[in-house]
Design a protein around this ligand. Sequence first.
Ligand SMILES: Nc1ncnc2c1ncn2[C@@H]1O[C@H](COP(=O)(O)OP(=O)(O)OP(=O)(O)O)[C@@H](O)[C@H]1O
Ligand SMILES: [Mg+2]
Length: 304
Amino acid sequence: MFIVSIIVAEKLQKSFGKLIAVDGVSFTVEEGEVFGFLGPNGAGKTTAMKMIQCVSPKNAGRLLVFDMEVDTHPREIKKLLGVVPQENNLDPDFTVYENLLAYSRYFDMSRQDAERIIDELLEFVQLEEKKEKMTESLSGGMKRRLVLARALINRPQLLILDEPTVGLDPQARHLMWDKLKSLKLQGVTIVLTTHYLEEAAYLCDRLVVMDHGRILVEGKPDELIRKYIGTDIVEAENEPIVIACLEKNNAMYEVIGDMIQIYTSDPQKTTDYLLKECTLRKITARSATLEDVFLKLTGRKLRE
Ligand SMILES: Nc1ncnc2c1ncn2[C@@H]1O[C@H](COP(=O)(O)OP(=O)(O)OP(=O)(O)O)[C@@H](O)[C@H]1O
Ligand SMILES: [Mg+2]
């Protein structure tokens, strides 16, 4: 299959004064895939998104979007993009409909086309009934869906979503996931950031985990889980007697607060063994997740 790279970044860098927010990252996003940027607060995700959107100039490195340099072709690139920014930036003085109509004026489209697309998009994000409402009267989840509709006005080939589901209830989040899956099926390439690792595992074909402006790892969610954790985790209570037993048996484990996590690819065997050899009051086995990978790679300390 012929692979087309929609985004190519090579040693991309961005500083704010002395702070290096994006520190020489290289990645490619291929046509039709959902590509995720994960990382703790301040990792540099939004800064990277903004360079791709051509709204924040890079300081060094190379960045091609649709084979065009962001520095020299921002207008051409922006025409092909849709963006859901981290903060909702809707106009509070406008209705839902007026917000979309005002946005459509940035693109080459007739009033008639704009009206037709807006009606379609309001249906797509299930906001038809809110058409004449002021945006301020919308709930957080409705605002997020409206921002998605706005991002789709120019029928973008590349959609950039910075925490699209933040603050959404489970229903609204699942609706957003359905919409993103259907856009992917239509061939739209999607780049997204999220702190919901279950969401990243569900939506992303490939992802990177960033920290302190650098990419720590890149891969498919399942591959990363297998590579960094194994298939399963057995959890037991953090008791000296259990630790001593694990030490005696050279088990691979990590102490997390009042819990011990044992990484394993054979949870049955590990559980049987621990129950037989160590005096355990409680033990659980579960599948390893992307969250386990994230915490292992980026640690458990809060970012300042
Ligand atoms: N306009 C700016 N001026 C100065 N510093 C900035 C600016 N924008 C971002 N930064 C800094 O750059 C670093 C990366 O910020 P960025 O917003 O890219 O992080 P993020 O990964 O998106 O985090 P979050 O998950 O909290 O959204 C942070 O230390 C932030 O304080
Ligand atoms: Mg951000």
